[in-house]
Design a binder for this molecule. Structure first.
Ligand SMILES: Cc1cc2nc3c(=O)[nH]c(=O)nc-3n(C[C@H](O)[C@H](O)[C@H](O)COP(=O)(O)OP(=O)(O)OC[C@H]3O[C@@H](n4cnc5c(N)ncnc54)[C@H](O)[C@@H]3O)c2cc1C
Length: 441
């Protein structure tokens, strides 16, 4: 049976960007449907349970907005369900470490409270075009086809399938098809932090070298990135990267997930047998699938360039601040690097126009499919920034619908003002330092 539903705003993808978009649009009174293909919201955050929200505190100040609302909600819970800690990696600022299930629960609750209709296990297949507009999106769930007629569509699917099918040009990975490595994460429970973290090296380079030399670890595990989880005696292992995987190909994803499991089990065994502090630990929270960093980057009215970010550009249509380094994880044959992109104490903003396609009039996008060159992308892709990009397009969608405007004709100043009114900091001519308290102040 063919079913048809309608909505003001259709958000495709329930990752951190989709969460921000749906929450913002619904909290401005729009009827919002959020379509998520898996059984859980969170996207990469749910595929890599416990991964810190990094980048929310450029120059030690919160970016504000929906990221701040969520973080405060978790940090002030009794007992607290999140904590702000300095990153152990070079050139990263503070990050939020949280209880994964509590965070997913809080995000869903915020969506429910805002009135978002959340569809899980529902896959957006293809847009139905009406000239330069998307009239509807053909979706599927277990009961069969479902057509959603929407005034505005927001693509937060990470991979941009709907936008690509709507004719938005894109580049895959670095433009030559090289995409960052994918990762399968897990945690170790019952580890002794004092022994595990007795030394300063977050990558456990010496142990990794030994494991590889003895043939007990895969050669791509030269850097074991181990960090304290939210719960005491839990260690989060964001270490097992697999190269050369196209995250838009389901069969490659399935194969990489199984290969990742093999390497994760091997690493857990190695930790238990050979690294002090893990003697009585056990593996937990192995990701249900690999986390995909990079696939399509959609073409937009503006392409974010690394040279502009390096110059600490504050765009007139800047929607969120960021000072994350170039966090490049094994594109092609390269290694994992975290080179600073801006001088210490400085930051840039992400422009709204990088989320607006050139031609389709009722489509916006947000998150890791943002229009950026490869180095810029490696900096702008943190989860707090994805939430903020979502928040910006959620607002923009409601404005476009209310005014009957194509998204290309929106006045970015109005979006920036609406974001600032919601507590997004350091935009619209305000300096972040003047506008937000320093952490711990
Ligand atoms: C391994 C790894 C480690 C990382 N480490 C960090 C870190 O430490 N800190 C940090 O802040 N950031 C980190 N990042 C970056 C960050 O996690 C991502 O950039 C961010 O989560 C992307 O969010 P998103 O919402 O744009 O996309 P995604 O999280 O990919 O969400 C997209 C969602 O859309 C859904 N979807 C896709 N297609 C469809 C469809 N057709 N129909 C319905 N649903 C669909 C997917 O199921 C998914 O839930 C990391 C990324 C990875 C992969």
């Amino acid at each position: 049976m063919q079913r048809t539903l309608s909505t003001d705003v259709l958000v495709v993808g329930g990752g951190t960007a989709g969460f921000g978009a749906a929450y913002a649009a619904a909290s401005r009174g729009a009827r919002v449907r959020l379509i998520e293909g898996t059984s859980k919201i969170g996207g990469v955050m749910a595929f890599c349970p416990g991964m810190p929200w990094g980048g929310g505190f450029p120059i030690g100040r919160s970016i504000g907005g929906v990221f701040d609302t969520l973080t405060s909600r978790l940090c002030t819970a009794q007992p607290p369900l999140a904590e702000i800690r300095p990153s152990t990696l070079e050139n990263f600022g503070a990050e939020v470490i949280y209880d994964h299930e509590a965070a997913v629960f809080a995000m869903f609750q915020m969506l429910e409270d805002a009135g978002v209709e959340v569809h899980l296990g529902t896959f957006a297949g293809a847009p139905v075009m009406d000239g330069a507009r998307i009239a509807a999106v053909e979706c599927y769930d277990r009961t069969g086809p479902l057509t959603i007629v929407a005034a505005m569509v927001i693509d937060c699917s990470g991979d941009g399938d709907i936008s690509a099918k709507a004719g938005v040009p894109f580049a895959l990975g670095d433009g030559h098809g090289n995409m960052m490595g994918v990762t399968l994460s897990f945690s170790m429970l019952n580890a002794r932090w004092d022994a595990v973290f007795a030394h300063d090296d977050p990558y456990f380079t010496q142990e990794a070298e030994r494991g590889i030399a003895e043939g007990r670890l895969h050669p791509d595990l030269a850097k074991l990135y181990l960090m304290r989880g939210f719960h005491r005696d839990t260690v989060f292992c964001n270490s097992v990267h697999i190269r050369g995987v196209d995250g838009t190909d389901p069969q490659q994803v399935a194969r990489a997930t199984q290969e990742g499991r093999r390497r994760c089990h091997q690493l857990a065994r190695f930790l238990i047998d050979s690294v002090p502090g893990f003697e009585h630990a056990r593996m937990s929270e192995l990701g249900p699938t690999i986390g995909v960093r990079e696939t399509r980057k959609l073409e937009a009215m503006h392409r974010i360039l690394a040279r502009d970010l390096a110059a600490a550009m504050k765009f007139a249509d800047g929607i969120v601040c960021c000072d994350n380094p170039i966090d490049d994880v094994m594109r092609s044959d390269s290694a994992m690097t975290h080179e600073a992109i801006v001088a210490e104490g400085s930051y840039y903003t992400i422009p709204f126009r990088a989320l607006v396609p050139r031609a389709v009039e009722n489509l916006l996008f947000a998150g890791r499919l943002v229009c950026a060159d490869p180095a810029a992308f490696a900096s702008v892709r943190g989860m707090p920034q994805c939430m903020a990009m979502g928040e910006a397009v959620g607002i923009a969608a409601t404005l476009a619908q209310a005014k009957g405007l194509a998204v290309q004709a929106l006045d970015p100043a109005e979006i920036v003002a609406a974001l600032a009114a919601r507590g997004v900091r350091g935009i619209g001519g305000h300096a972040l330092a003047d506008h937000a308290p320093a952490l711990g102040a």
